[in-house]
Ligand binder design. Structure first.
Ligand SMILES: *[C@@H]1O[C@H](CO)[C@@H](O)[C@H](O)[C@H]1NC(C)=O
Ligand SMILES: *[C@@H]1O[C@H](CO)[C@@H](O)[C@H](O)[C@H]1NC(C)=O
Ligand SMILES: *[C@@H]1O[C@H](CO)[C@@H](O)[C@H](O)[C@H]1NC(C)=O
Ligand SMILES: *[C@@H]1O[C@H](CO)[C@@H](O)[C@H](O)[C@H]1NC(C)=O
Ligand SMILES: *[C@@H]1O[C@H](CO)[C@@H](O)[C@H](O)[C@H]1NC(C)=O
Ligand SMILES: *[C@@H]1O[C@H](CO)[C@@H](O)[C@H](O)[C@H]1NC(C)=O
Length: 731
């Protein structure tokens, strides 16, 4: 993209001197509302320093529904009125263009030069399909190459000639502008009198209509100064770059424009936050904690929670009890309401729409782990009608937005998708689909998206329905759409763009696939599906310091002691076992092991019995093996263990274990609760060294050789219950 501009620059430095000066070019456009598309048009116009005059701002649009039918007469009327005061300037060049779906890709000098090269007084854009009256086709002069038919979306000409043509207008605002101009053009006398032609080869006006099927090569458009829309989505994509919106050297050049400065506001805007739990979702308590830690005044937040899962009612109940008074309002709709996802989302959105004091609607699904406490503020500050933060699945290309759409309206990968997801291109991107998390202004809900039912459309899933409806607001003329099925959309003059920002790290998406909720603490099983969240929840916060700060003790010779499991991991593992409940009773006869006999039995439950052995072995390989390598250097553990179990010591069942060896190369022994708090006594004694460890620490593990040197015993637990998790590694 940058080369585009350097080429323009070279060309116009050459030609500048012999052509009309840029002050002689006046851009006129009609815009009745300041839509997102209008802002984008003005941004590109300002970039090239065009002199622009906007006609009709604030007027009601009466020009019809241009995408569906004919219309647009209002534009001609407004132009006619404007020309009254301009037509006396003989050498003034008027460029009359649409604004909602157009950007400039070159400057005034370049356009004037191309115009002068046509050697005509009046030039219209051209297109390949005749509209709205195909019967006029035979009256068109034939062309050897290029596009044959007139398009009224772009006109350039000397002021007196523009006036001559629009002065012939005596129709109504909802009559068709293109038909009007076409009838004049196909009349040979008029064509000559007005010295009028079409831009058959798209020297000035580039219309992307019908280009969707092409593999788009930007070079193809190098010579074109304007870009019209449809395929709107592809056009929106190009407009993320042109003119100089983003480039490799400077990154995003417009991202800091029109920001809201929250520190300058007297008070923070009011936000309705809607949280959607639409399926069993791992790490929901952590999701809620992260949400609570968002940096935003809680008395400015109205909370709406839709929970469709009975399984999560305990989590929501707790969340509600602890926080019901801290927010401005708090509403929960539970599974008993039996709402569909679409109904629930409509309901949440409507809360903001109907509440005139609601400035923003912030929708967040329970699978979005926000790690940036500033997320809400950052989104508000970016000041867009609809904007979402980029969130991705950890280590994957999966994210909450699509860069492009396939012809049937589903996912397609845009050229820039991977770079955006990986943060190699940073900015605020106009995109055709997003989900999971987004912010919409209350104004937008009450205006452009005022239809109540935005989440229900045909059989689309609710997010698809919303995005489709938001997109439909911006899509232009359908007549050249290569796939009428996917783009049969009405033309409305109220475009709303959807943006995704990756200007900051915001968080990640977790996977809800394969979430088995038939255990007691189901997140323990998520070590494969959501490894990062598993680690954050279940691994001791100081674990990495083993390697960075040598946080590791050696209380007895070759007995190493280090932090590995978090409080939550310990508690949940104990709960899981107690919930399962079938403790072995510490008998010698043991059907669970080969041979059926245990010489030094403990009162225990095997990981396998709760179907946790695969996860536990993975834990050993991921988190124990690295420690092994550190303390027993040169020994590479296979990380394999048959005996993985939780032991329970309590005075009235089994209180201690007599001296023994383990059938392992090395053993890990992790304390799952607290001495003094949960039990008295306990500990471990190594006979060869006459060395005891009597104050085990919750979440810390011992690691010691299993045979030969480390004969050991479990010291008696004198009161309460002591739990440890044990594995005999590399038996
Ligand atoms: C249009 O005007 C140019 C001068 O600007 C002239 O050279 C040319 O012949 C005219 N063309 C027609 C078709 O009248
Ligand atoms: C919930 O809704 C579904 C589909 O609308 C219906 O099949 C089901 O019977 C409803 N259940 C209850 C408890 O109302
Ligand atoms: C879920 O876990 C239970 C208990 O371990 C098991 O019986 C069941 O097969 C699992 N379901 C799936 C779908 O994996
Ligand atoms: C981690 O180590 C720091 C510094 O020694 C200590 O203050 C903190 O309590 C430790 N965290 C836990 C959970 O033990
Ligand atoms: C073992 O250590 C204890 C104190 O730690 C000491 O009282 C005892 O005599 C030692 N026993 C042997 C056999 O060294
Ligand atoms: C045993 O534990 C219970 C509660 O855990 C406590 O009330 C009691 O005082 C303890 N007994 C001794 C002897 O420490």
């Amino acid at each position: 993209f940058p080369t585009l501009h350097s080429i323009f620059f070279l060309t116009y430095t050459f030609y500048f001197s012999i052509f009309l000066s840029p002050e002689k070019l006046l851009v006129l456009t009609v815009a009745t509302q300041e839509t997102d598309g209008f802002h984008r048009f003005m941004q590109s116009a300002n970039y090239f320093k065009f002199n622009v005059k906007v006609l009709g701002m604030g007027e009601e649009w009466k020009g019809g529904d241009v995408g569906r039918s004919i219309g647009g007469g209002q534009k001609v009327r407004l132009l006619k009125e404007a020309m009254d005061s301009l037509a006396n300037q003989e050498d003034l060049v008027i460029l009359f263009v649409d604004s909602y779906d157009l950007i400039f890709a070159g400057g005034p000098e370049e356009i004037l030069r191309k115009f002068q090269q046509t050697n005509h007084k009046l030039v219209f854009a051209a297109e390949g399909i005749i509209w709205p009256d195909p019967r006029l086709a035979e009256k068109y002069p034939s062309v050897r190459s290029g596009k044959r038919f007139l398009n009224s979306g772009g006109i350039i000409g000397y002021a007196p000639y523009i006036q001559k043509i629009v002065n012939q207008w005596d129709l109504h605002d909802n009559d068709d502008d293109q038909l009007f101009y076409t009838k004049i053009y196909v009349d040979p006398l008029q064509r000559e009198r007005l010295n009028m032609t079409l831009d058959h080869k798209c020297e000035i006006f580039q219309n992307l209509n019908g280009a969707l099927g092409d593999i788009i090569k930007i070079n193809k458009y190098l010579k074109c100064l304007f870009i019209f829309s449809l395929p709107q989505i592809y056009f929106n994509y190009l407009a993320n770059y042109i003119p100089n919106v983003w480039n490799y050297e400077q990154g995003c050049t417009i991202c800091d424009q029109d920001m809201v400065d929250l520190s300058q506001l007297k008070e923070f805007p009011q936000v309705t936050v809607a949280i959607y739990i639409e399926q069993p979702t791992p790490f929901l308590p952590e999701f809620l904690e992260r949400f609570l830690s968002l940096d935003y005044p809680k008395d400015k937040l109205n909370i709406f929670v839709h929970n469709s899962e009975v399984y999560h009612e305990k989590h929501i109940q707790k969340f509600w009890e602890e926080n019901k008074d801290v927010f401005r309002s708090f509403k929960v709709v539970g599974p008993e309401e039996n709402l569909t996802q679409g109904e629930a989302r409509n309901m949440g959105m409507d809360l903001c729409r109907k509440d005139l004091s609601c400035d923003y609607y912030f929708s967040i699904d329970a699978d979005v782990m926000l790690t940036n406490r500033q997320t809400l503020k950052l989104l508000i500050e970016q000041n867009r009608k609809i904007i979402g933060p980029l969130v991705t699945r950890h280590g994957k290309l999966w994210s909450n937005f699509w860069g492009a759409l396939s012809l049937d309206g589903y996912y397609a990968r845009s050229e820039d998708y991977i770079d955006i997801v990986q943060g190699k291109r940073v900015g605020v991107w106009n995109i055709p689909f997003m989900a999971h998390i987004y912010l919409i202004t209350g104004q937008t809900l009450r205006n452009e998206l005022k239809e109540r039912n935005v989440f229900v459309l045909e059989r689309l899933d609710p997010d698809m329905a919303l995005c489709r409806k938001a997109r439909d607001l911006t899509v232009q003329r359908e007549r050249e759409s290569p796939s009428p099925e996917s783009f049969h959309m009405l033309r409305s003059r109220q475009g709303v763009f959807m943006y995704v920002t990756n200007r900051h790290e915001f968080g990640r998406l977790i996977s809800t696939a394969n979430y088995n909720t038939s255990h007691y603490n189901n997140d323990l099983w998520q070590i494969f599906e959501n490894p990062l969240d598993w680690r954050e929840k279940y691994i001791h916060p100081n674990y990495t310091r083993i390697f960075t700060d040598n946080l590791l003790e050696q209380p007895c010779p070759d007995v190493f002691w280090f932090p590995v499991l978090s409080e939550k991991a310990c508690d949940e593992l104990v709960n899981e076992m107690e919930n399962y409940g079938s403790w072995s009773g510490g008998k010698h006869k043991d059907k669970r092991i080969s041979g059926g006999y245990e010489s030094v039995p403990t009162d225990d439950i095997h990981m396998k019995q709760i179907d946790f052995d695969k996860e536990w072995l993975h834990f050993i390989r991921e988190f124990i093996s690295p420690v092994t390598l550190k303390v027993f250097s040169g020994y590479y553990t296979k990380g394999y263990a048959i005996m993985n179990f939780v032991v329970k010591y309590t005075p009235n069942r089994q209180a201690y274990l007599r001296p023994h060896h383990d059938s392992s190369t090395f053993t890990i022994n992790i304390a799952l609760n607290n001495k003094g708090l949960d039990f008295q006594g306990g500990g471990c004694r190594f006979h060869r060294y006459n060395c005891s460890i009597e104050s085990p620490r919750k979440g810390w593990s011992f690691m010691h050789p299993g045979r030969l040197t480390h004969l050991h015993e479990g010291l008696p637990t004198t009161n309460g219950t002591r739990y440890i998790a044990v594995s005999f590694v590399d038996p």
